[in-house]
Design a protein around this ligand. Structure first.
Ligand code: C2O
Ligand code: CU
Ligand code: CU
Length: 505
């Protein structure tokens, strides 16, 4: 696999050339390719990632993960496909922990190359963040540990090696990390994992004739759009519904594709976004998710019916060539088959968390405003340099980050360590789906997103956190910057990080 950069086999290279030629013919322009999504038969039972086992000793919950290579059989794809996964050949187990718990990990890299494991959406010390400064060499084990200190949410984990994130995620390294708290435990919500509380990792991929993964890097923006959409690694998946309502924990785990999820004939109740519950449930017909974003929705079903979760045409904002960025693609994602009798489910509701007041962000506390402009693989005119600190932030401060894409191609903006609140988009209040806790946001070109961010708890003048575009090709090509969180007066301790930090032993 891995198209143009290192074709592994002649067949892969040939497939890449053919696709590139087809794209060229279609678009009349070498820099734009078009892949629409192939129709599937929805005949394969949806795989549910297993819940990761853990052991608790002295109050510390410990998980074992091993990044490894293997073979996966995808329905409709001839033969075995070489893939990567955690504790298996594809994707990873679902991690689960509660607010207040101390967690620890033993992560072994059994891959032939260095990788890292980043906890997307997690509030934690920079040295535990798993970014490009915490690489795990082949054969090594990394042991991060921290205390979960944020509201219940659907987070995820994935590699973050600088310049290689697209490839590592595309090969299959990704998993969910669910957080619980008092509010989520007391909520009236479907909550039986894999039954009426479904983890849904949505990704698109492409295969060559021998079943190998193809990752084309042919100048397409915002990266490769695959013609095969899968959920939890299952192509053409169905799920048997046994309850009146089902909660979908949607993760866009794709490298470049933005989805617009909908059911043709019913609304969804949006209950949570990236960082946790909304203030109140919101009925929506559609939910747009860019790479890295999550949404939790509750959907109602009638006995005996079969319906599909669909991805509709996507409004990408002022994009130069929307169809080339997947904006015109429409396809089914997952089929639901409801049983003839359904168990009753509660009307979605949840109490306020005991920590709601201290979790809340207040605009009047903001002391600093920082502009971020995304353009041509640069943020504020600079490409990522691992040995440069771009922003220095004081612990405890609330800031406004004013983010704008000044280029007519899709970008999304993600900040490590924090959950932010969208104050405004072009001066207007955000829509309800963008009014909750967020760590990643799609940037419509030429609009100003004002994000309210608070940097709490963890100071480290030597280890930075990242902010970047979550279109993974863009991230790899340098659309990323680094910030440190320090104590006031500690400026002299801020040091340029060594180029390749190694965290593992
Ligand atoms: Cu999901 Cu810096 O990444
Ligand atoms: Cu992240
Ligand atoms: Cu981008």
């Amino acid at each position: 696999m891995i198209g143009r950069r290192r074709p592994k086999t002649a067949a892969t290279a040939a497939a890449v050339v053919t696709l590139a030629a087809a794209a060229l013919a279609l678009s009349g322009c070498g820099a734009i390719s078009v892949t629409s999504v192939a129709e599937q038969e929805f005949v394969n039972e949806l795989a549910i990632p297993p819940l990761a086992p853990s052991t608790v000793e002295n109050g510390v919950r410990t998980f074992q993960l091993s990044a490894q290579s293997g073979e996966t059989e995808f329905a409709g794809v001839g033969g075995e496909t070489a893939t990567w996964g955690f504790n298996g050949s594809l994707l990873g187990p679902t991690l689960r922990a509660s607010r207040g718990e101390e967690v620890a990990f033993e992560i072994t890299n059994q891959l032939p190359e260095a990788t890292s494991v980043h906890w997307h959406g997690m509030h934690l010390p920079a040295a535990m963040d798993g970014g490009p400064h915490q690489m795990i060499e082949p054969g090594e084990t990394w042991r991060p540990t921290w205390t979960i200190d944020q509201p219940a949410a659907t987070l995820w984990y994935h590699p973050h090696p600088h310049g290689e994130t697209e490839e590592h995620v595309y090969r299959g390294l990704a998993g969910l990390f669910l957080l619980d708290d008092d509010a989520s435990r007391a909520a009236a919500l479907p909550s039986e994992y894999g039954v009426d509380d479904l983890p849904l990792i949505v990704q698109d991929k492409e295969f060559d004739r021998d079943g190998g993964l193809v990752l084309r890097q042919d100048g397409s923006e915002p990266g490769m759009l695959g013609d095969t959409v899968m959920v939890n690694g299952t192509v053409g998946a169905y799920h048997e519904v046994t309850t009146e309502r089902v909660r979908l924990r949607l993760l866009n785990g794709s490298t470049a594709r933005t989805y617009t999820f909908e059911f043709h004939d019913r609304p969804m109740t949006l209950i949570a976004t990236d960082g946790g519950f909304l203030d109140a449930p919101v009925e929506l017909d559609q939910v747009r998710l860019a790479p890295g974003e999550r949404a939790e929705v509750v959907v109602g079903f009638e006995p005996g019916e079969t319906v599909r979760l669909h991805s509709a045409k996507t409004q990408l904002g002022g994009i130069a060539v929307p169809f080339a960025s997947g904006g015109n693609d429409e396809f089914d994602v997952l089929e639901f088959r409801a049983a003839d009798t359904l168990m009753p489910s509660p009307e979605p509701a949840w109490p306020q968390s005991a920590d709601a007041a201290s979790d809340a962000l207040h605009e009047h506390e903001a002391s600093v405003t920082r502009p971020f402009v995304l353009n041509t693989r640069e943020i504020n005119g600079e490409q990522m340099d691992m040995s440069r600190i771009d922003e220095v932030v004081y612990v405890g401060d609330t800031e406004v980050w004013e983010v704008r894409s000044s280029q007519p191609i899709p970008h999304s903006f993600h900040i490590h360590d924090v959950q932010f609140r969208v104050l405004s988009i072009d001066g207007e209040a955000p829509p309800p789906e963008l009014s909750g806790r967020k760590d990643t946001i799609y940037l419509e070109p030429d609009r100003e997103y004002r994000l309210l961010v608070r940097f709490e708890d963890y100071v480290d003048p030597e280890v930075p956190y990242m902010y970047h575009c979550h279109m993974l090709l863009h991230e790899d090509e340098g659309m990323m910057g680094q910030f440190v969180v320090i104590e006031r007066g500690d400026e002299a301790a801020v040091r340029a990080p060594e180029h390749a930090g190694h965290a593992a032993s």
